[in-house]
Design a protein. Structure first.
Length: 193
């Protein structure tokens, strides 16, 4: 017996899949070269049975989770949080009388935190009260530009990590510096502000 979200299922098979993408560039002679490996999200294929008097209601609930992209937790032989249902294929067979056989594909999802920071409200310019010599026009204080700040790049630094560290955004770091995301040279001085 296993559980997907709040639906109880009888699992016959669990197949865990993990894979990567490897970039490939052809060369004039010899083997092509690869300069980047990218991890793909983990997926799980399940062969399950939904049994009982209300098996159609439970199946409709799973289809609703699939349509809305609801994040679910799967607990069976393995336990996985933050999965979505990619595929849901049902098979009616003579071997199952009071239920349905279902093939389900789940994908592990990583939920990203937003780097968005709420800025404090702008201050209104101060106005001096009139003096005996007559009324004076309101004066505004001149705001000094924010001082520039730099960071010396170390191995493993990325725009994302630096944005979190210095309280700015990745887009701002990209506009201040002319380095591509994956080619920031070590010991370079990046402008932060």
């Amino acid at each position: 017996m296993a559980k997907l979200g709040d639906v109880y299922i009888h699992v016959e098979e669990e197949n865990l899949n993990s894979s990567v993408n490897a970039t490939q560039y052809g060369v004039e002679s010899g083997e092509p070269f690869t300069d980047h490996i990218e991890k793909k999200p983990s997926e799980m294929d399940l062969t399950v049975f939904i049994l009982g008097d209300n098996y159609m209601g439970e199946l409709e609930k799973l289809k609703g989770y699939q349509r809305t992209g609801k994040l679910l937790k799967f607990v069976g032989r393995s336990a996985v949080d933050n999965v979505v249902i990619l595929n849901l294929n049902r098979k009616y067979t003579a071997q199952v009388e009071n239920g349905v056989a279902v093939q389900i594909t789940l994908r592990k999802i990583r939920v990203a935190d937003t780097p968005w920071i709420k800025m404090p409200p702008k201050k209104k310019p101060s106005v001096k009260p009139p003096t005996k010599g007559g009324e004076k026009k309101p004066t505004q204080k001149k705001e000094r530009p924010a001082p520039t700040a730099f960071h010396t790049v170390k191995a493993g630094d990325s725009y994302y990590a630096l944005a979190k560290r210095y309280g700015t955004t990745v887009e701002r770091l990209r506009t201040l510096n002319n380095y591509p995301d994956r080619s920031i040279p070590v010991n370079a001085k990046l402008r932060i502000k």
